[in-house]
Ligand binder design. Structure first.
Ligand code: ZN
Length: 146
């Protein structure tokens, strides 16, 4: 893994046992005969890392070193698709909730305006009729302020 990261042009496959480089199509390590069909720990780690949001998955897909690592690319793509779907669902739900919130605010605004108009009518009438009509809390405050 350290050799792969320090090498400017890393080989497609590196034997996890003896670090021998080989083409991606190699089924067995030419150095030690290690079966290359099993997934190297580095690839498994990278595949797991690919699920940490879109960023590592996208980086893995764009790195030329991982072009032929089908296992890593599969998980990177799956992560991209999963996060893409999650992002889509999030955006849609955000849009829907914004519409709901906007409608709620509109309704709240209308109700508040109606209530304010109603209160204005009632309070004006009461005052005109000479009554000391106290609103809860606000009337108490006004009583202290006068
Ligand atoms: Zn080997």
């Amino acid at each position: 893994m350290a050799a792969a990261s320090s090498n400017p042009t890393p080989p497609a496959l590196v034997c996890p046992k003896c670090q021998t480089s080989m083409p991606a199509s190699a089924a067995f390590c030419p150095g030690c005969g290690h079966a290359m069909k099993q997934i190297p720990p580095a690839d498994r780690a990278l595949a797991a890392l690919a699920y940490l949001t879109l960023v590592p998955a996208a980086v893995l897909l764009f790195l030329p070193a991982y072009r032929h690592r089908a296992f890593v690319r599969f998980h990177a793509w799956q992560s991209v698709l999963l996060w893409g779907a999650f992002g889509l669902v999030t955006i849609v739900s955000l849009l829907l909730s914004n519409v709901t919130a906007a409608m709620a605010f509109l309704l709240f605004g209308i109700l508040t305006a109606l209530a304010m108009f109603f209160l204005w009518v009632v309070l004006s009438l009461k005052a005109w009729q000479g009554e000391l009509f106290e609103l809860p809390f606000l009337g108490m405050l006004a009583d202290r302020l006068r």
